[in-house]
Every structure is written in C-alpha cells, then in structure tokens.
Write a protein that binds this ligand. Structure first.
Ligand SMILES: [Fe+2]
Length: 303
C-alpha cells in the first residue's frame, strides 16, 4: 500500500477562459475535459486524465491537491490511519469531478485540503507506449513533462511534517530551522525519488505559494523565460538555482496571481536519504542560491 505520487492540483482561478488559455498555450498543457465551472488539463507526458484542474472562483489559490495511491483498498487503510492521527475525513464520491473515481478528503494542520485517490481515467500520452518518440509533435509553450510539486504556507509545519512522514510514509529531504534550532520554518518532503513532491514554508495557513511543472534542464528553464517574456507574463524571478533541492527554476504568475514555477534537475532521493538542514539566516541562499536573499514578493505574494 502507499502513496505513489502527487496526482493533481485543483487551482482556483477568477477568469476560467483566460486561465485555460494561459495553461494551454503558455504552460502548454492539453485540455482533456470541461464542465460548468472546471477545466481539466494534463501535461503531454502524463498518462492519467488530468493533473491540473482549474476551478472558477472569486479568489485565487488552491482548492486541494491529491495524491494517487497504489491500490483501491489503500483508501480504507489510509482512512483509519488518518482518523487515528486526528484529522477529520470525508469521502468524495465517484465522478464528483470528470474522470475521477472515489477519493478521501481531509484537512491538514495547515488548513489545506488533500485528497487520496486510486481510480482515474487513463488517457495515455501522444507518444504512446510502443516504440515511442522522445516527444510528440505540436508541443506548445513551456511544455513541461508533468506537474512536479506544490509549495504551500502554514503555521504548524511540525505536525504537518509528522503527518506526511508517519501517516503517508513520506520522507523529509530538507528543512529550514530557526538559528536556535527550535522551530521548523520550512519542510520539503518526497514520496517518489525527486527532491520534493510537496513542501511547506512558514506563513499564513491554507495559502498556495506555488505550483511547479517539471522541465528537462537549464536550457528549458531559460526557454521558459523567453516564452513568458514573449507573452508578457509577469516573471517574479528570472532563471536561477535553488540551494534547497539544487533545482533550476523560474517563478512567474498565472492570470489570477497564482505563482507557477518551471523546475528542472535537482538531486534524486532514496528512502535512506538523510534530511538536509538549512538555518534561517541562510534562507536567502537556500531559496535563491545566486541572489542570496528573498525579495519581498516571495513571502508576500500568496494566493
Ligand atoms: Fe518549487
């Protein structure tokens, strides 16, 4: 039993049409379905029905993120573990959203909603699974391989980390601690073998910091910057490297003000990977390795 990966993020957007255009043509996702208030999208290298859901709302942010589990009976097993931890849980019935089977939904100590699911419609990729070419014709925009990770803000990072590690069997790749070592102010966790599948930094509860998409390498991060400038998309941070995860990165904003990231590289992790510690006085270098300081928007622009 177990969580396999981050499967989807449902983002709140204010103008559904404008946002769908942005995620399709600038990010380069494919639309796979839509209903009254939602548009469903997937990256070209993802097999499942969708990884990003845009939901029309009055304010931006994240409705929920969801992890795919290996087996359908994992939901029952996780249900009791999650309730034992003390979180309230509800069942999301089959086909509440397009392509999705049943899910369990609960609220983290940071106030974010998370779902676990197994069943989702399988669409496959344009390159297929038989003698595939490395990428399909007709890619648009940044054209990431997949949804990579989500970073959110909240107050109780200690209990949230404990939940992911003890209940969902994640591991912590890196953490940021106050200089006296007393308080955790950043937590980066993985279940796959990437540097992080989910992360939290200290801040207001229930907020989204950014939603990241995976591109291959440094050149693709640079090319993402070219595409964003060509289309006059607001860029917060031009291409640089993170100290934490060692990833290569660019931050920018969707039409509703949700921060996006094109993220490349970073080390790979294993279950015996020790947790790396950053002290808060080095947080600037941890987040932006070259600039060595955070800009004001990085901590203030939350949705
Ligand atoms: Fe990130």
């Amino acid at each position: 039993m177990g969580v396999m990966r981050l499967g989807r993020a449902e983002l709140r957007v204010m103008d559904l049409e404008k946002s769908a255009e942005y995620y399709k043509n600038i990010i380069g996702l494919d639309e796979t379905a839509r209903d009254g208030e939602r548009v469903y999208l997937k990256a070209w290298d993802e097999y499942d029905h969708h990884s990003v859901v845009l939901k029309k709302a009055d304010s931006p942010g994240i409705d929920h993120l969801a992890f795919k589990v290996e087996r359908s009976d994992d939901l029952d097993k996780f249900e009791s573990k999650i309730e034992q931890f003390g979180l309230t849980l509800t069942r999301v019935s089959n086909r509440t959203r397009a392509g999705e089977g049943e899910a369990i939904r609960f609220q983290l100590p940071t106030g974010h909603f998370v779902e676990l699911y197994h069943e989702i419609e399988f669409l496959g990729t344009k390159t297929g699974t038989l003698n595939p070419h490395p990428w399909p014709d007709g890619l648009r925009g940044i054209a990431p391989h997949r949804l990579d990770h989500v970073l959110m803000t909240g107050d109780d990072l200690t209990n949230t980390t404990r939940f992911f590690v003890d209940v969902l069997d994640f591991r912590q790749s890196e953490k940021i601690m106050t200089v006296d070592g007393e308080q955790m102010v950043g937590s980066f966790m993985f279940k796959t073998n990437t540097a992080h599948d989910i992360a939290f930094i200290k801040g207001p509860d229930a907020k989204l910091h950014h939603c990241a998409f995976h591109v291959d390498n440094w050149y693709d991060v640079l090319k993402a910057a070219d595409i964003l400038t060509r289309h006059e998309v607001p860029i917060e941070v031009t291409p640089t490297r993170h100290g934490i995860t060692r990833g290569e990165t660019i931050y920018f904003f969707d039409p509703s003000g949700n921060r996006n990231e094109a993220f490349a590289s970073g080390y790979i992790t294993y279950p015996d990977f020790p947790t790396i510690t950053w002290t808060e006085d080095k947080i600037g270098q941890g987040i932006f390795y070259h600039r060595r300081e955070l800009m004001e928007s990085f901590v203030k622009a939350l949705t």
